[in-house]
Design a protein around this ligand. Structure first.
Ligand code: AKB
Length: 322
């Protein structure tokens, strides 16, 4: 592979913003072009540079960036998540499917050497085995987001088989992080609960207390992306759809873990439309295949993740940045 010239699409999102930092550390700031459909605020622009405004629903804008920077590696992180996708299924299809198709076509035409595309536990549905969900199993999601993720996995695998491209991806669980809050997902409660615990010592959770979902702390998510993208291609039998697991817990168990650090913390539960989405997803995931094919191994559990999240958010709160 040539020296890396990387484009990150969706850089200002929850995962994208942490990924930009990590890849710039590894490959050099000038070799990692951040991009998003949003433009950073003027005072923050400097820290994002090199930055490009990019709308994935307009193929020409992707072509322009690829040509201008001689891009050979793409991380395509832009997506409409599950909750917003249910409120606006048309938008989810347009961004997640037409956007992905444009990115794949440009990647094919401009001979991109390697590409990352995140799938999600949303690819599974109510018929999927709920516990220790296997790698190869029933994929019949009941959300538009899930439909676009299954289709995205299939489309990426098609480009691998049909055009010999190198496209890699994982099915992410809910991601918990302290830098950029998620937007529009069902697992967002597992991030919001930390912010509200620090700010107000209380949180009204939008899923039932017994709602158990697979989750992952951001440092593990970033490690997963980096490790998969660095893995030897000849070892990979799967490509765009690796199951990835780290921890699973119920909303009540998370609240109890936070209470160990903030004894006054109170969590109440008022399920809304996102409950149905959460109920359609697995409780826990079997990631044996990722462990075997490229050595996946997460570091954080609920206790170490909670401690680290609260330390980071407390620090920002004290410095008036939360
Ligand atoms: C969502 O909740 O929509 C996402 C996901 C699990 O992919 N966080």
């Amino acid at each position: 592979m040539n020296a890396k010239k990387i484009l990150i699409i969706g850089s200002m999102g929850q995962i994208g913003s942490d990924l930009v930092k990590e890849l710039r550390k590894r490959y050099g700031t000038q070799n990692v072009i951040a991009s998003d459909y949003r433009t950073p605020a003027r005072e923050a622009l400097e820290q994002w540079m090199p930055f490009e405004s990019l709308d994935i629903t307009k193929k020409d804008t992707i072509v322009g960036v690829i040509k201008r920077h001689g891009i050979n590696t793409i991380y395509h992180m832009a997506a409409i998540l599950s909750a917003v996708g249910e409120q606006n299924p048309h938008l989810a299809w347009e961004v997640n499917m037409e956007g992905l198709y444009n990115v794949l076509e440009v990647a094919r035409e401009y001979k991109i050497e390697r590409m990352f595309f995140p799938s999600s536990i949303a690819a599974f549905g109510p018929q999927t085995p709920k516990d220790n969900t296997p790698q190869d199993t029933i994929l019949q999601p009941t959300t538009m987001y899930g439909v676009t993720k299954v289709t995205g996995e299939l489309l990426c695998n098609y480009y691998v088989e049909r055009f010999g491209m190198d496209i890699r991806g994982v099915r992410f669980p809910g991601i918990i992080s302290s830098e950029t809050p998620p937007g529009g997902g069902t697992t967002d409660f597992a991030v919001a609960i930390f912010y509200e615990a620090i700010r107000h010592k209380s949180y009204e959770c939008f899923v039932r207390e017994d709602t158990t979902l697979p989750m992952m702390y951001m440092p593990d998510a970033i490690k997963g992306i980096v490790d998969l993208m660095e893995a030897d291609l000849s070892r990979l039998k799967h490509h765009s759809n690796f199951n990835l697991a780290s921890m699973s817990f119920s909303a009540k168990e998370l609240a109890a873990e936070i209470k160990k650090h903030i004894p006054e913390f109170v969590c109440t539960y008022k399920p809304d439309f996102r409950q149905r989405i959460a109920d359609s997803w697995p409780r826990s995931i079997d990631d044996t295949v990722a462990r075997q094919e490229w050595g996946w191994k997460p570091s954080y559990d609920i206790a170490s993740m909670t401690k680290d999240m609260l330390e980071k958010l407390r620090y920002r709160h004290i410095h008036g940045k939360l």
